[in-house]
Design a protein around this ligand. Sequence first.
Ligand SMILES: [Zn+2]
Length: 233
Amino acid sequence: MVLQNGESNGSFYGQNGVSIEDDPIGDAHVGTSLNTPLRADAFSLPDEEKMKRIEGHFRSIMDILGLDLRDDSLRGTPKRVAKMFVQEIFSGLNPMNKPAVSLFENKFGYRQMLVEKQIRVQSFCEHHFLPIYGKAHVAYIPKGQVIGLSKLNRIVDFFARRPQVQERLTMQIADELSRVLQTEDVAVYVEAYHMCVQARGVEHQESMTITAEYRGAFLTDSVKNEFLQAIKP
Ligand SMILES: [Zn+2]
């Protein structure tokens, strides 16, 4: 491992102080295209401390904008925002909050596609911290085990509750489904509006972004088409 100027910054290194060059695949905390770029020390601060610090910083932002924080309506905002960031909209950053998944033996011998559609997606664009909202549709073809249906919704929700890009969200859901269900035969389709497209920049209200990931049997046209038919509104 060769240290160069500036590389001592923690963000260049993974959990074990191994550089990206030394360990190209081994560390989940190094920002790859699939993993949310998190520092190795992302969870060393307790949530209470994170909220206290965010509250202070958000108060400064409001203050710089010239808002009078003595006003009744604004006084509680920094605290509300801090709590919302840590406990709600970005709670999916913390692996501790990943839904525990219960699998059941596939006693029925069900071997066909299972589709869970119209799963609510509420996420936040990591480039602008503005909402991404829409629907996810997921499917899998069971092997030995089946999953409790609401767990599919919870998996989508967990990965949505992060600063995200829709492409990564789609892949992270597919990966997790594949991992917990122990099958490559998974499909994920996400259709969502991005407030950063609607409310700023080009300000296009109607543009919707669609992303999809097909694996295993879903790469076959007939299976993919069955899925696409099933998720039609
Ligand atoms: Zn954006």
